[in-house]
Design a binder for this molecule. Sequence first.
Ligand code: SF4
Length: 289
Amino acid sequence: MALSLQEIISWCREEGKEFWEYMLYDDMRERGVLREESLSYMETIFDTMLHTVKTYRQERLSTSGLVGAEGGKMEAYLKKGSTLCGSFMGNAMSTALKMAESNACMRRIVAAPTAGSCGVLPAVLIPYYEMKQTDKREIIKALYVAGGIGEVIAQRASISGAQGGCQAEIGSASAMAAGALVYLEGGSGEQICHGAALALKGLLGLVCDPVAGLVEIPCVKRNVLGAVNAISCADMAMAGIKSKIPPDEVIDAMQEIGTKMDSAFRETALGGLATTATGQEIAQKLMKE
Ligand code: SF4
């Protein structure tokens, strides 16, 4: 289990292996499984993401009625061909909404790293798989890359909104997705880490303030933010742009910010959007129902 991204990079250098293989061996060791068993498990994870997105229905709403339908709306708008951000990012946005809405609708999702942030990783991997017709094995390797980044963040900081605010959930997911994309684009281990660091840096300080304590508002749309941020940071990393603050130090900064963050902004619904006039109105209405 790696305690730093630098540790993974050093291991790759010493062993002559790729970044994704670190997590493959880690999984084989931890679960006592063979290489093919681990790969096949990872394929099941990706297939689950694919299935949830493919079986999304626009008419499905969450029990509270607060979220649903918007993944379909985004997809319809995308089909008109007038989005500002183009087809790849537009597809990522619609996939992020579909996945995060699916979580709110109690459908099967993959917590990556958490249920609240489950839309970010599939939002970048599914369009990459489908639009670029990438070999599924490559997507699976990208999932290991994402897993390695997530593991280091979980070890050094946190992946929980209750502990570290939304930066720990959407921020971590965005870092994982950025790293995965850099891998798929052919970036080096260092570039993977810088892509992840750039993504996490941009979301430092993001608070967790779910309206009515439900993982719906603003969570669903924050998955879009995480995905879009990941794409731009992966592109920056591939352009040779680095995080001036070393990646492991960025994770440490997130840990410090999370620890110092007022508890009102750590999933308690006692601050931020949750305590706006409308946020409170929604919460009261739901309590009465
Ligand atoms: S606002 Fe809180 S509950 Fe919602 S996604 Fe962010 S961390 Fe999770």
